[in-house]
Write a protein that binds this ligand. Structure first.
Ligand code: APR
Ligand code: ZN
Ligand code: ZN
Length: 360
C-alpha cells in the first residue's frame, strides 16, 4: 500500500488515502517518487477543464527512483533515477514517423486504463496523464520514464517533467527564439518561470514578463525578466513602448485564456510570432479580424509539451542545470506534503507563488 492524493470525482476535493499498486506488468516500471510538482494542468484536470476519468490519482511532473521493473524492460533498472514523461511517444505512429513525438497518437493511452485500486474497497483508479505522481509510488509504462542525467538533484528534477521540458521546448523548438530577440511572456507560474529562464539562456532581450499578480515581479526578474508589467487593456501598447514602438519579436502565452492569447498576439510586432503554451477550455474563443491577419502578418501557433522531445531535450536541459544557467530551485516557492495540494491549487488561483513541490 502507498499513500496517494485521490480525486474521487471531478470537482470533488482530493482525499489522501492508501492505494494498492500492482507489481509492474510486462513493459512497466514502478517508481518511488522523490518529488512531484503541482501544475495548473492538475487543477484543470480536477475541475473538468481538461478531461479526466475518475476516481484518479493526478500528478504528472515527478521524479524518483525505479523500485521494480516488469518483464522485458531493458531501458531502466531498479535503482535508476528517473523523470516521469507524461507524453511518452510510441515511435511507430504517423507523428512519430514525422519526428514530432510530442504529437504521438498514443501519448495519452495510459491515462485511460486503470492502474491501481483504492485499498479500502478495491475501486479501480485511473492515472492522471498516465503518470499518477501524487502518490508515494506509481506504476507506468517503461517509456514513460526518462533516465535522469547526472548532476541534477533528484528532488528538483521533478520540475523537468512538465514545466521545464515545456518551457525549454516552447522557447527553443516552438517559438525558436534566437539571441537578441525581444520576448514577452504572459503568465509567471511554474511554466512561465521556466520559459523566462530558457529565454534568458537563448539570449532574449528585452525579456518582458506580464502577470495580473504584482507579487510575481520578484520571481519573474529572478528568472531573467528585464521588465515586468501588470496585465491590462493596454498591455500591447506598453510592450511596444519597451520594444522601440514595434512590439515583441516573440510572445509566449503561459496562462491558457482567450484574453491573454489575444493580448500576446497584440503585443508582437508585424511579422511577430506567438506561441501558446497555456491550455484553456473549449469556451475560450480567440478572435481577430481577417484584415489584421493581412496587415500584421503575424503567426499564432499552439504547441504540445512545448513541442519538446523529452528523449532529445533532457540531456541538453541537464547540461544547462549543471552549468548553472538553469536554476531549478528558483521555480519552487513551496515545498509541501501530499496534504498541501489543495492549498497549492488555491495559491494558483490567487496568483501566489511559483511552483509548489511535493517532497516525499
Ligand atoms: N493575465 C496575465 N497573467 C495571468 C492572467 C491574466 N489575465 N490570469 C492569470 N495569470 C497568471 C497567474 O497569476 C499565474 O501567475 O498566470 C500564471 C499561471 O500560472 P500557474 O497557475 O502556476 O500555471 P502553470 O502551472 O504555470 O501553467 C500555465 O500552462 O501547461 C499549461 O495548463 C497549464 O494553462 C496552464 C499554463
Ligand atoms: Zn503540467
Ligand atoms: Zn507515436
Amino acid at each position: 500500500m502507498v499513500r496517494a492524493a485521490v480525486l474521487t470525482a471531478v470537482n470533488a476535493p482530493l482525499e489522501i488515502t492508501e492505494i494498492d499498486l500492482p507489481k509492474p506488468g510486462p513493459g512497466q516500471v514502478r517508481v518511488k517518487l522523490t518529488a512531484a510538482g503541482v501544475c495548473h494542468s492538475d487543477l484543470s484536470l480536477s475541475n473538468g477543464t481538461l478531461r479526466q476519468q475518475a476516481p484518479a490519482v493526478l500528478g504528472h511532473e515527478g521524479a524518483g527512483v525505479v523500485s521494480a521493473v516488469g518483464e522485458g524492460v531493458t531501458s531502466v533498472a531498479t535503482g535508476d533515477r528517473v523523470v516521469l514523461n507524461w507524453a511518452p511517444s510510441c515511435g511507430n505512429c504517423h507523428f512519430c514517423a514525422l519526428d514530432e513525438p510530442w504529437l504521438c497518437a498514443h501519448a495519452g493511452a495510459a491515462a485511460d486504463t486503470p492502474y491501481a485500486t483504492l485499498a479500502a474497497d478495491s475501486t479501480a483508479l485511473y492515472p492522471g496523464l498516465g503518470t499518477a505522481a501524487f502518490a508515494e509510488e506509481t506504476v507506468v509504462p517503461a517509456h514513460a520514464v526518462l533516465p535522469l542525467p547526472d548532476g541534477v538533484p533528484l528532488v528538483d528534477a521533478a520540475l523537468l517533467g512538465c514545466a521545464v521540458l515545456t518551457g525549454y521546448g516552447a522557447v527553443f523548438h516552438a517559438a525558436k527564439v534566437v539571441e537578441g530577440e525581444s520576448v514577452v511572456v504572459f503568465g509567471v507560474g511554474g511554466v512561465g518561470l521556466a520559459v523566462l529562464q530558457c529565454a534568458r539562456i537563448a539570449g532574449a532581450g528585452p525579456l518582458i514578463a506580464v502577470d495580473i499578480s504584482p507579487e510575481k515581479e520578484e520571481l519573474a526578474r529572478a528568472a531573467g525578466a528585464t521588465d515586468f508589467l501588470i496585465a491590462g487593456d493596454d498591455t500591447g501598447k506598453r510592450v511596444r513602448a519597451l520594444t522601440e514602438g514595434y512590439g515583441a519579436d516573440v510572445a509566449i502565452e503561459c496562462v491558457g485564456r482567450a484574453d491573454t492569447i489575444r493580448a500576446a498576439w497584440t503585443s508582437t510586432r508585424r511579422g511577430g510570432r506567438t506561441t501558446v503554451v497555456g491550455i484553456g477550455g473549449k469556451d475560450q474563443q480567440v478572435t481577430f479580424s481577417a484584415l489584421e491577419l493581412f496587415y500584421f502578418g503575424r503567426t499564432l501557433s499552439g504547441c504540445v509539451y512545448g513541442n519538446s522531445d523529452p528523449v532529445r531535450d533532457l540531456p541538453a536541459i541537464a547540461e544547462h542545470v549543471r552549468a548553472g544557467r538553469l536554476d531549478l530551485s528558483a521555480l519552487v516557492t513551496d515545498r509541501i506534503a501530499l496534504e498541501g495540494i489543495p492549498a497549492a491549487f488555491d495559491a494558483m488561483l490567487a496568483g501566489r507563488g511559483g511552483r509548489a513541490l511535493i517532497v516525499f
